[in-house]
Every structure is written in structure tokens, then in C-alpha cells.
Design a binder for this molecule. Structure first.
Ligand SMILES: *Cc1c(COP(=O)(O)O)cnc(C)c1O
Length: 400
């Protein structure tokens, strides 16, 4: 690879070029049958994706945001409830909670894994809440509202530490919706069950996004929910389709939140490649790990022994993040920041009265993280140039 060729953050063109014929055939089938919404293409994809996630059921929806919102509603989260998540995630997580009528509240993340700190969750539930004797509900002391659900986020494609989260949820009778929007096929070793489990199959439901840049991406907007609970799957199918189980018989007000047949068909084609793409991402991550081990001042991703991540993103930490990004940009290497502003400090949540210092780990890492190029077709030669460029910078950085 030449020294001034651009290294993109993500390449969405190559995989679609490779699959062009198969994808075009899906489009032709859709227009010749005019099966645009629902139907066999959606049902087939749902069956295949449930299987991929080791879950019994899958409900295709219009986006990852719907995929977080619908299971919360279907599992009984109500207006005024509190749903606990992390401030280090994409805003869709908390939008979905608010749109379900609940109030998102936060616990901080672990400094190594960047996902929910289970000790902090335990403290939150034990110290900030009490069990109401009459209703048996877990009430938040200060907010005077019931805490009814937890949304752990499998950030960057690595599962949150689910055993203790599920144990706490069982103890307090809380709903768990995994935000697996970045974690298609990620694995977690459950000590409790002594087996590897798949993202989206551990909580009451798992939420997936097929936004084009995700590990499995549609050619547009799409999402899916996985669950092992048949009744929950049924309620979610009603919610995504205007509250009807039968046409024009509306049990409740629902949403227009269905998965398009076209997207489902395209996703089926791409799903057949996902295991291979995931292996390529894992190989690229291993290559970065190997190259970065020789570079001082760069914190590579931490992978606990209970985790097999799928590397939606490869995120490192450095002291001078802005400087490094600029240096890489000058070498025509694209990078990203996921995410620069913690959710509790976003303008959207200004009225909630959060302040700097509330979630110190999230705040600290938000200043240091930088996402390096990561996609299945990323070549070792490009990775070596990325790391060499980082090395040049840390050598310069160290001499200041
Ligand atoms: C992408 C994403 C979502 C939302 O998915 P959309 O399909 O864009 O609605 C939710 N949570 C996380 C963590 C995501 O990365």
C-alpha cells in the first residue's frame, strides 16, 4: 500500500460490490411480487437471525431504536418508571427509554471494558433504592419513582458482564433489554451456566440495529429484537404493527415500526457472510493488538476471559487524543470518536441537572478515546501504516 493512499474508517462499498448480483436479485423478486411489507422474506430473515443469535424468536423492526423501545414497552415498562443504563453509549439507547415513557438514569462504566460497572449498578440498586413494602416495587429514594428495567449496552461489540447484571435483575424483579446494536454475534461466557452465550439471548430481549455501518447492515434503516419469551415476541409484533394482531383490530395503539421485506431479503444475503466478516474483524483486531503492544502511551481494548468481542469498533485511548487524530488525518487516516460527549452532559438532558463529575469514568474516557479504522476488508498493510503513524506521534508526544 502506498504511503499517501487514504485509509478510510469504514468501507461500505467493497462488500456490496461483491454481493451486487445477489442483492439485485432480491430487489427484482420484491418488485415482481410487490411483497413490500411483511411476508415470507421478513419471516425467513427473522428465523435465520434468531438462529444466529441463539434465541428462540426474532421480531424484525424499522430500526435499532425501535428494537430498544418495543421490548421495554412490551415487557411492561410504564410512564414514570426509571430505566437504568450507562452514559457511555449512543443517544438512541436513552431516546428509546424516554419514548417508552420512562426516565433514563445512569450508572457509570468500568474503566477497562467501557461497559456497565456492575459494582456501581449494585450500589445504585441497594443504596439509592428501597423495596416498597406494600407494592413490593423497587423505588428510587430521590426520584420517588419505580426502577423497572436495566439496559446494559454491549459497547463496541463486547458484551457487558451479564452474569451479575442478570443476578441483580432477578433479585429485584427487573426487566433486562440488552442493547446489542453493536454486537451481532458477540459471545459471553456465563460462569453461572458454564457455557458461552450469544448477545441478545441472555436478557428478556436483545436489541439489534442494521444501520448500514453496523456489523450486519441493511441497505437503509432496519433493526430486530431477539427473545426466548414467546408471549413477549407476540406483544412486540403487535406493537410494531399499529397494535393489531389482526388487520384493523387494534388492541392497543402501536407504531409503524415494521421491517421492510426488501431490507429483510437484503439482510438474509448479508447474514450468510456475517460469520466470515466477524472472523476478519477479529483477525484485524488481533493484528492491531500485536502491533500496538510495542507502542507506549496507547491503551488497547481490554478483553476479559469471559468475552469474545465482534469489534464493531476498535477503540484505543491516548492522552492527547486531538493531537493524535490530527496527526493521523494529515497521513490520510480516518478516525472517529465514539462518543465525545457523555449522555448526561448532552444539551438534550440539560433539564435533568446532571453535572460534570457525576460519572467520572465516562467523562475521563470520553476525552481520551479514538476509534481506529475497522472493517472486515481492512488489510494488514494498512494497519501497519496506521500503527506506524501512531508510533511517530507518540515518539514526538513523548519528547515534549
Ligand atoms: C446504532 C445504535 C442504536 C440505534 O440503532 P438505529 O438503527 O440507528 O436506530 C442504539 N444503540 C446503540 C448502542 C447503537 O450503536
Amino acid at each position: 500500500m502506498s504511503n499517501n493512499e487514504k485509509i478510510p474508517f469504514l468501507d461500505l462499498v467493497t462488500p456490496h460490490k461483491e454481493l451486487e448480483q445477489e442483492l439485485t436479485a432480491v430487489f427484482q423478486k420484491v418488485i415482481t411480487t410487490a411483497g413490500f411489507v411483511g411476508g415470507p422474506m421478513v419471516e425467513n430473515f427473522e428465523k435465520e437471525f434468531a438462529e444466529y443469535c441463539d434465541a428462540k424468536y426474532c421480531v424484525g423492526v424499522a430500526s435499532g431504536t425501535d428494537a430498544v423501545r418495543f421490548p421495554l414497552m412490551a415487557a411492561g415498562v410504564k410512564q414514570g418508571d426509571i430505566v437504568v443504563t450507562v452514559p457511555h453509549t449512543f443517544i438512541a439507547t436513552t431516546e428509546a427509554i424516554s419514548q417508552a415513557g420512562a426516565t433514563p438514569d445512569f450508572v457509570d462504566i468500568d474503566e477497562k471494558t467501557y461497559s456497565m460497572d456492575v459494582e456501581k449498578l449494585k450500589n445504585y440498586l441497594e443504596r439509592e433504592c428501597y423495596q416498597d413494602r406494600e407494592s413490593g416495587k423497587l423505588m428510587h429514594r430521590k426520584h420517588r419513582a419505580p426502577v423497572t428495567a436495566i439496559v446494559p449496552v454491549h459497547i463496541y461489540g463486547q458484551c457487558a458482564d451479564m452474569d451479575p447484571i442478570l443476578e441483580l435483575a432477578a433479585r429485584y424483579n427487573l426487566i433486562v433489554v440488552e442493547d446489542a446494536c453493536q454486537a451481532h454475534g458477540a459471545q459471553y461466557f456465563s460462569k453461572k451456566e458454564n457455557r458461552w452465550r450469544t448477545a441478545g439471548s441472555m436478557g428478556h430481549a436483545g436489541a439489534f440495529s442494521f444501520y448500514p455501518g453496523k456489523n450486519l447492515g441493511a441497505c437503509g434503516e432496519a433493526g430486530a429484537i431477539t427473545t426466548n419469551d414467546e408471549a413477549l415476541a407476540k406483544r412486540m409484533k403487535t406493537i410494531r404493527d399499529h397494535g393489531q394482531a389482526k388487520k384493523y383490530y387494534h388492541d392497543i395503539e402501536g407504531y409503524n415500526g415494521r421491517l421492510d421485506a426488501l431490507q429483510a431479503g437484503l439482510l438474509s444475503v448479508k447474514l450468510r457472510r456475517l460469520a466470515e466478516w466477524t472472523k476478519q474483524r477479529q483477525a484485524a483486531a488481533a493484528e492491531y493488538d500485536r502491533l500496538l503492544a510495542k507502542v507506549d502511551g496507547v491503551v488497547a481494548p481490554h478483553v476479559p476471559e469471559w468475552s469474545r468481542p465482534v469489534y464493531h469498533l476498535y477503540v484505543v485511548r491516548v492522552a492527547d487524543r486531538e493531537g493524535l487524530q490530527k496527526h493521523l488525518a494529515e497521513a490520510k487516516i480516518d478516525t472517529g470518536i465514539h462518543y465525545p460527549i457523555p449522555l448526561h452532559l448532552q444539551k438534550a438532558y440539560e433539564a435533568r441537572g446532571f453535572k460534570n463529575g457525576d460519572f467520572p469514568v465516562t467523562e475521563k474516557i470520553a476525552l481520551e478515546i479514538v476509534s481506529l479504522p475497522m472493517f472486515p476488508q481492512l488489510q494488514p498493510a494498512a494497519q501497519s501504516r496506521v500503527v506506524q503513524t501512531i508510533q511517530e506521534f507518540s515518539a514526538v508526544g513523548a519528547s515534549h
